[in-house]
Design a protein. Structure first.
Length: 168
């Protein structure tokens, strides 16, 4: 029997071993929740860049933006299936990483709360936290690249228009 993870809300228990169905509304919540794990994919503004500006982020299209405007950009059935599959697979991974990251952060807090912090132990624990964060960021960028590559140039242009209109 293949094990499946259940997408959950922030105040619910750990995923169960079996969950037969994930609704589209739940998937939208999950995607938005996944991006809130660690949304900062680039360093703070650099020379010539305005605060709050994100040239890296502007180069891609968030899954929720694509889902929200699927009719307006004319997603094909094949594209919809591709995006749903990719998002579900990534969400399962994000859920696992959320749990791992929380566990490792709790361990980190316990280490640094001590009156005297064992430096090597703290740095070793920090490496564990940073490794998970790196995996999350890599997966986020992978998903964004796959989404962008599956969209036609016309769909990308339409999404860019919609994003600019929403920013006004």
């Amino acid at each position: 029997m293949a094990s499946k993870a259940k997408i959950i809300g922030p105040n619910q228990a750990r995923p169960s071993i079996e969950a037969p169905y994930v609704s589209e509304a739940t998937m939208k919540y999950a995607v938005a929740n996944a991006w809130s794990i660690n949304p900062g994919l680039v360093r703070p503004h650099s020379r010539g860049q305005q605060p709050g500006e994100d040239p890296f982020g502007r180069s891609f299209f968030a899954p929720e933006l694509v889902m929200q405007h699927q009719e307006a950009i004319g997603l094909s059935d094949e594209q919809k299936i591709f995006f749903k599959t990719e998002i579900r697979q990534m969400q399962l991974r994000f859920t696992e990483w959320q749990w791992k990251l929380q566990d490792e952060m709790e361990k980190m807090v316990a280490i640094v709360k001590q009156p005297r912090v064992e430096e090597q132990q703290a740095l070793a624990q920090l490496e564990k936290v940073l490794t998970i964060e790196r995996e999350i960021k890599r997966a986020q960028v992978t998903l964004l690249v796959r989404i962008k590559n599956k969209l036609t140039p016309e769909q990308q242009a339409k999404l860019e228009e919609l994003r600019k209109a929403a920013a006004k």
